[in-house]
Design a protein around this ligand. Structure first.
Ligand SMILES: [Zn+2]
Length: 303
């Protein structure tokens, strides 16, 4: 984020794309009535005794998602948003459901998902040791100050919160609902938690999948593709919750693999980030959050 120019951020804010059409959503997903003061939107996915309320931030915040998994008596939240305003939206919406928040799980270290942790004061905020270390390293490197320069002091945490490093891969139960967590290294981020609700056909893939939108260049795209292929061949779900954009179906994985394959090919054949950006926007003209393409400038340096 540090190398992003103010102009780039303004351009990204101007790229406020059209909201995805409802027609492409899975059958069991519906738009909820969000509180009128919210800057984001809520989309609900209903699956038996579980409802997932997905908060989608505005395009200025890359449509980053938080998922509130509502079991009969409790809530589990995945990811805390980038902007403080958006994090407060998520908390206020969760509180409106009238059930205790059992825990907040951070899926990976990137600040668009981790920055809002401070808003969930008093609620367990957990992740893996490696992801917690990644959050700490970003704070140590002055990440908050850099982001304050881009989005303003009021939208970054005055007292950033590092998640507890107590979460590990495996199966756990909350309120009688089974969750299964898998941990993958070196894909979009250095480490990524993927959460499944195996009895409900739900996979919370977070930033392994961007719905109908451009993606962050990532740590290792070939490995990212391998992980996606593995998820796809498991085939034991019908609802895919992504880290950016609308809830979607497993078919989105095919799109994502094609997108990453093209990105990787473009990146391998140029020393200019602009070439990669031009190639991706030409192939995916309708994709949202074009602003995220600016990050290619951090990954491809002119020789
Ligand atoms: Zn993200």
């Amino acid at each position: 984020m540090n190398a992003l120019s103010r102009r780039a951020v303004l351009r990204m804010m101007g790229a406020a794309g059209a909201v995805a059409a409802l027609g492409g959503m899975p059958n069991l997903t519906r738009r909820a009535r969000a509180q009128s003061s919210m800057i984001g939107r809520i989309v609900q996915t209903l699956k038996g005794d579980v409802t997932v309320h997905t908060y989608i931030a505005p395009p200025t915040s890359f449509l980053v998602t938080s998922h509130i998994v509502e079991t009969p008596n409790q809530l589990v939240i995945v990811d805390t948003q980038f902007l403080q305003t958006a994090a407060r939206d998520v908390l206020a919406y969760a509180e409106s459901l009238g059930k205790p928040i059992e825990r907040v799980i951070l899926s990976h270290q990137h600040p668009d998902h981790s920055s809002g942790g401070n808003i969930f004061a008093g609620i367990p905020f957990v992740t893996t040791p490696a992801i917690a270390e990644g959050v700490q390293a970003d704070l140590d490197a002055g990440g908050v100050q850099q982001r304050a320069g881009l989005v303003g002091e009021s939208e970054v945490p005055a007292e950033p919160r590092v998640p507890e490093a107590s979460f590990e891969a495996g199966t756990f139960e909350v309120d009688g609902v089974t969750f299964d967590a898998q941990v993958y290294d070196n894909a979009e981020a250095p480490q990524q938690i993927v959460l499944r609700l195996p009895d409900h056909g739900i996979v919370v893939a977070q930033d392994l999948v961007y719905t109908n939108g451009h993606a962050f260049p990532g740590t290792d795209r070939q490995n990212w593709i391998s992980i996606l292929s593995e998820l796809q061949s498991a085939g034991d779900f019908d609802t895919l919750l992504s880290g950016h954009g609308m809830p979607t179906s497993p078919g989105e994985i095919t799109q994502m693999i094609q997108y990453l394959s093209l990105a990787d090919e473009l990146a391998a054949n140029t020393t200019s980030a602009d070439d990669v950006i031009a190639g991706l926007t030409a192939e995916y003209p309708g994709y949202e959050v074009e602003g995220i393409l600016q990050f290619w400038g951090l990954f491809i340096q002119p020789s």
